[in-house]
Design a protein around this ligand. Structure first.
Ligand code: GDP
Length: 333
């Protein structure tokens, strides 16, 4: 794929003045696994970082079909109507495989996607989940530097991606359905433990009563969990992403959360922890991408894999030999 690379300064200026085209190009740049792009991307990131960080970052998760895109379309509308600029980013662990994306490529969030106050960016196609989530973090920071002051990060509630998203947001919201049973929804206890709001969606029409009952049950169950480090008690609520009922209350809840954690210091503490993790993730990412892009490794890899498959050499022995080869390559001359 051919792509015009701008100068670092052109990316920086474009992002900082909120140019959406350049913002998109800058995100593509940080998603690149080419080491020349990485160096450029790091320069851009470094320059925009002082302008990032001022948004409220909200993670939104739930199984396919729970109503995430409908919810984000309506909730996002409410947010921009309050005068905010909203960026919506997706972490989709499935998009790297040939099965295609769970979040889907269909035109989701029709109204939001054409509004100037919102910016929607689909999931990057990385090679590892760690890579995808790290790139999403950088995309988020670029959006903040471009002036977006609310960020939604959407993920499918089926596994590891929630943990990655939890590691980059301020507030984590889990969408659920009433009456589907936790097993059916594939919701693990761990996910419930890490959410700040448990929202029972599609509480409309005939579902309304069931949703209310589920709300009481979850509220009772949540009492059994220990208090959070943030000293926030996770809230259980109902809403309808379709009708919009319950959405203003969710926005108010997030404001309340922000007030609490700003006052008690958890907001900054959590962000500092997240930055520390970011560095560690980035080390892993740099090592891995540079390893697989190294010419000597590339030349050797297929034969090595074949030797391992045929039993000629053990996997651990080969791994060490390849890492040694890589380290010899990168030694300063
Ligand atoms: P996603 O896969 O989680 O993004 O879910 P979608 O937003 O695509 O919604 C899945 C289906 O549920 C669609 O047919 C929606 O029309 C329907 N749906 C979404 N939100 C609601 C809601 O609040 N109430 C009702 N009754 N249906 C909804």
């Amino acid at each position: 794929r051919k792509r015009n690379r701008l100068s670092a300064q052109a990316y920086i200026d474009g992002v900082l003045r909120g140019d959406r085209v350049i913002l998109s190009q800058a995100i593509t740049l940080v998603e690149s696994a080419l080491s020349t792009d990485q160096v450029l991307a790091e320069e851009v990131m470094d320059a925009v970082l002082p302008h990032a960080g001022k948004s409220i970052r909200i993670g939104i998760t739930g199984v396919p079909g729970v109503g995430k895109s409908t919810f984000i379309e309506k909730f996002g509308w409410l947010v921009i109507e309050q005068g905010y600029k909203l960026a919506v980013l997706a972490v989709d662990p499935s998009s790297q495989s040939s099965r295609g994306s769970i979040l889907g490529d269909k035109t989701r969030m029709e109204k939001l996607s054409i509004d100037k106050r919102a910016y929607i960016r689909p999931s990057p196609s990385g090679t590892t989940l760690g890579g995808v989530s790290a790139r999403t973090r950088e995309a988020m920071l670029l959006c903040e530097a471009a002036g977006f002051d609310v960020v939604f990060i959407e993920t499918v509630g089926v596994g590891q991606s929630e943990i990655a998203v939890k590691g980059m947001v301020d507030f984590f919201l889990l969408l659920m359905l009433a009456g589907a049973g936790d097993e059916l929804q594939g919701i693990k206890k761990g996910i419930i433990e890490m959410c700040d709001a448990l929202v029972i969606n599609k509480a409309d029409g005939e579902n309304k009563e069931t949703a209310k009952r589920a709300k009481r049950e979850y509220a009772n169950a949540l009492h059994l969990f220990p208090a959070k480090e943030s000293s926030w008690y996770p809230k259980v609520t109902t809403c309808s992403g379709l009708s919009g009922e319950g959405l203003p209350e969710i926005w108010q809840m997030i404001q309340k959360y922000r007030d609490l954690v700003s006052r008690n210091g958890f907001f900054e503490f959590n962000r500092a922890e997240q930055r520390a993790n970011w560095m560690q993730e980035h080390v892993k990412y740099l090592l891995e991408t540079n390893f697989y892009n190294d010419m000597a490794i590339k030349e050797d890899l297929n034969e090595s894999l074949a030797d391992i498959k045929s039993g000629k050499v053990s996997a651990i022995k080969k791994a060490r030999a390849l890492v040694q080869l890589f380290m010899n390559q990168i030694k300063p001359k």
